[in-house]
Design a protein around this ligand. Structure first.
Ligand SMILES: NC(=O)c1ccc[n+]([C@@H]2O[C@H](COP(=O)([O-])OP(=O)(O)OC[C@H]3O[C@@H](n4cnc5c(N)ncnc54)[C@H](O)[C@@H]3O)[C@@H](O)[C@H]2O)c1
Length: 294
């Protein structure tokens, strides 16, 4: 037997917004393999995630694959991936009551706090995407929304890795960054609006470049291109999102939709010693949909 043992590894996971997020399932899989999980959630989502972690009604969603142990992160930090440092935060956001309770929620400040408190970072998960005009097709998308989507959904990977690299450098067995992308970064998916297709294309090229820039410190950078799945963000794309999932399922070699646990398990592989020579790659976890011509 070859077990995946991440005992003692520190995993910083972004993008948990609720118990349907890909990042939620990824966090559970990493904890099940022994890693300690530190969450960096959007400041507006911290309370929601905290509630899910404590409520009896949500207990089942916290269970790890053994059916007994519950998911429990070491700590939750507030982090808005729009801001590299607190100097970037505009006054209107600073004074917003949902932000005002935190003195630090920039990428650099959050990563520094995690790196110092936990003595380093072995695993970094980027599971963030946002476009305020997601329901508009690319041709209708405003410049402002396009730039904002690129900043939050793509540049944030560059910023997170720049901040985390000193804490991830030359860890025992190496360190691993995994991000989430979608087939719309390679091919035209008309309903995937608000500039998000472009964001994913940028994310994919950036992941390959970043693999080079941090590879000399034994930090690997890979992406998972997930098939469609009805998370909160995905449901915002289109009210008929279920039909899109059905279409992808019936046109995939495996003739079924993906499950979020399958994305989590592939993430686990990419973070494990089994993938020690894998970097700069995009792993499709989509029941094979991307190979089809229809
Ligand atoms: N669901 C799908 O069909 C699908 C398919 C392929 C790829 N993906 C990708 O998976 C990743 C996770 O999406 P999901 O489907 O789990 O949805 P989700 O809504 O659960 O996750 C998106 C997360 O991004 C966070 N976020 C948005 N703006 C942020 C900001 N400024 N700062 C910090 N966090 C911010 C949200 O709080 C949320 O937790 C995204 O990159 C998405 O593009 C999703």
């Amino acid at each position: 037997m070859i077990p995946i043992d991440l005992t003692g590894k520190i995993a910083l996971v972004t993008g948990v917004g609720d118990n349907e997020s890909f990042a939620w399932f990824i966090s559970k899989a990493l904890q099940a393999a022994g890693a300690k999980i530190v969450l960096a959630c959007h400041p507006r989502m911290v309370g929601i995630v905290d509630g899910i972690l404590g409520r009896e009604a949500d207990r089942e969603s916290r269970l790890l694959p053994d059916g007994k142990t519950e998911f429990k992160p070491e700590k939750i930090f507030a982090c808005d991936a729009s801001y590299d440092t607190m100097e970037d935060v505009p006054e209107t956001v600073r004074t917003d009551r949902r932000y005002a309770k935190y003195s630090e929620y920039s990428i650099q400040g959050t990563v520094d706090a995690v790196g110092k408190e936990f003595g380093g970072i072995d695993i970094l998960i980027h599971s963030i995407a946002f476009s305020r005009e997601i329901t508009k097709s690319l041709i209708e998308t405003s410049r402002k929304a396009y730039y904002e989507a690129m900043g939050i959904s793509s540049y944030s990977l560059v910023s997170l890795i720049r901040a985390a690299a000193p804490y991830m450098a030359n860890r025992p067995g190496g360190a691993s960054v995994v991000g989430l992308t979608y087939v719309a970064g390679d091919r035209v998916v008309p309903h995937y609006g608000g500039g998000m297709g472009t964001c994913k294309a940028a994310l994919q090229m950036d992941a390959k470049q970043l693999a080079w820039f941090v590879g000399d410190r034994n930090i690997r950078v890979n992406l998972i291109s997930a098939g469609p799945y009805a998370s909160r963000a995905a449901r915002a794309i289109n009210k008929d999102f279920d039909k899109l999932i059905e279409h992808a399922a019936s046109h995939s070699p495996l003739r079924r939709p993906i499950g979020p646990e399958e994305v989590a398990n592939s993430t686990l592989y990419l973070c494990s010693p089994l993938a020690s020579a894998v970097t700069g790659q995009i792993l499709f976890v989509d029941c094979g949909y991307n190979v089809m011509g229809t």
